[in-house]
Design a protein around this ligand. Structure first.
Ligand SMILES: Cc1ncc(COP(=O)(O)O)c(C=O)c1O
Length: 334
C-alpha cells in the first residue's frame, strides 16, 4: 500500500479510534490528524459519537467490529472538535490501543486473536494500527514486544518506560518502513518535536539499559519470574474473598479487588480502596501500583505489580508475603 502524508491525500481522514480503557499517547498522530482537519468547530462530541457509532455499525467498519469482538465500548478520540459530517472507514486515520492494557484497567491482555483481526481490518480500510507499549513494551510482558506475542506488527509503536528504566526520561516512536518512506518522500516539513528530544545523555542511558537487559537475559527473567509470581499469587489469593481476578503477563500482573467474588461486584468507589491498599502496602514495605475505575471507569479497584526485570525468586516470595500482610490488614479476614 502506498501511503502518502499530505493534506490532500489525508483530508478525508480525521478520526482516531481508541479502545476504551487504553491510554492515548500518540501525540505524533494527533498532530497529524488535527493538521488534516483545520476547519474544526465546537460541535458537541457526544452527539457526533452517537452518530458515528450508528453509521459505523451500519457500514460494518472496524470500529463496530472491534467493539463486538472485545466486548468493550468504543469511543472516538476526543479533542478533534470535528464538525458533524459523514463518518465511515475512509474517515478513520488510525486505531490506537495498548497491546496489554496497563494502569487504567490493571494488566488486561487482549482476547486471543483480537489484534490479528484488528490488523486485518486496518489493512482492509487503510487505517493505521498504532500500538501503545509505553507500559507493556520492551520486556514487561516477558517478550520484547507485547504485539509480537499477538503475532502482529503495528504501523506505529510507542515505547517509553522500559526504554530508560527510569534512569533517564526517554520515549520513542517506532514506525514501519512505509511510514518512514512516506515522511521522507513527502517533501513537506514534518512539524513535530520536543525541546529535548534525542537528548544525548538520555539516549546513552537507554542504550546502556537495553544492553544490560540483553547481556543479563532479563526479558527471559521477566517471563520466568512473572510465571512464578502469578502461580504464587494464585496459590495465595485464588480463593481470597476480595480478589476477583488475577491476570497479566510476564512481570505485568494485577489483582482485581471485588466485594463479591461470584458476581464481581466492585466496592463502593467512595471507599477509595485502592488508595488504602497502597498506603497499607507501604507500611509493610511493599510499593505496589493500585488504581481505581477498573470496572467501567468509575467503580472498581485493582493492584498492579510490576517489579524490576532482575528480581529473583526470593523477591517474588517477598512480594506475595507482603501483599498478603497488606490484604489481611485491609480486609481484616484473619
Ligand atoms: C500505556 C501508557 N501510555 C502512555 C503513557 C504516557 O506516557 P508519558 O508519560 O511518557 O507521556 C503512559 C503513562 O503512564 C502509559 O502507561
Amino acid at each position: 500500500m502506498k501511503l502518502q502524508v499530505g493534506a490532500k491525500v489525508f483530508s478525508k481522514r480525521f478520526l482516531l479510534i481508541n479502545v476504551w480503557g487504553s491510554l492515548l499517547a500518540t501525540v505524533l498522530l494527533l498532530c497529524l490528524a488535527i493538521a488534516q482537519q483545520p476547519q474544526s468547530s465546537k460541535q458537541d462530541f457526544g452527539e457526533l459519537e452517537k452518530v458515528a457509532l450508528a453509521e459505523l455499525a451500519e457500514t460494518n467498519t472496524p470500529g463496530a467490529a472491534v467493539g463486538v469482538v472485545s466486548g468493550d465500548r468504543l469511543v472516538f478520540a476526543k479533542g478533534f472538535g470535528v464538525s458533524k459530517q459523514r463518518v465511515g472507514p475512509d474517515t478513520v486515520i488510525g486505531f490506537v490501543a495498548e497491546t496489554v492494557v496497563g494502569a487504567t484497567a490493571g494488566c488486561v491482555p487482549p482476547a486471543p486473536g483480537y489484534f490479528e483481526r484488528i490488523r486485518e481490518i486496518c489493512d482492509r480500510y487503510g487505517v493505521l494500527l498504532i500500538l501503545d507499549e509505553v507500559m507493556c513494551g520492551l520486556g514487561r510482558t516477558g517478550a520484547r514486544w507485547a504485539c509480537a506475542q499477538e503475532g502482529v506488527a503495528p504501523d506505529l509503536l510507542v515505547v517509553a518506560k522500559g526504554l530508560g528504566a527510569g534512569y533517564q526520561p526517554i520515549s520513542a516512536t517506532l514506525v514501519a518502513d512505509k511510514i518512514f518512506a512516506a515522511i521522507r518522500d513527502a517533501r513537506v516539513t514534518f512539524m513535530h518535536g520536543h525541546s529535548y528530544q534525542a537528548h544525548a545523555v538520555a539516549c546513552a542511558a537507554a542504550l546502556a539499559v537495553q544492553r544490560v537487559i540483553r547481556e543479563q537475559n532479563l526479558i527471559a527473567n521477566s517471563q520466568t519470574q512473572g510465571e512464578s509470581l502469578k502461580r504464587l499469587l494464585n496459590e495465595r489469593f485464588g480463593d481470597y474473598p476480595d480478589v476477583g481476578d488475577i491476570r497479566g503477563r510476564g512481570l505485568c500482573i494485577a489483582l482485581e479487588l471485588v466485594k463479591d467474588r461470584e458476581t464481581k461486584e466492585p466496592f463502593d468507589p467512595a471507599m477509595n480502596l485502592w488508595l488504602t491498599v497502597m498506603l497499607k502496602g507501604m507500611e509493610f514495605g511493599l510499593m505496589c501500583y493500585p488504581g481505581g475505575g477498573t470496572a467501567g471507569g468509575e467503580k472498581g479497584d485493582h493492584v498492579l505489580l510490576a517489579p524490576p526485570f532482575n528480581i529473583n525468586s526470593a523477591h517474588v516470595e517477598e512480594i506475595v508475603e507482603k501483599l498478603s500482610l497488606t490484604f489481611n490488614s485491609v480486609f481484616n479476614h484473619v
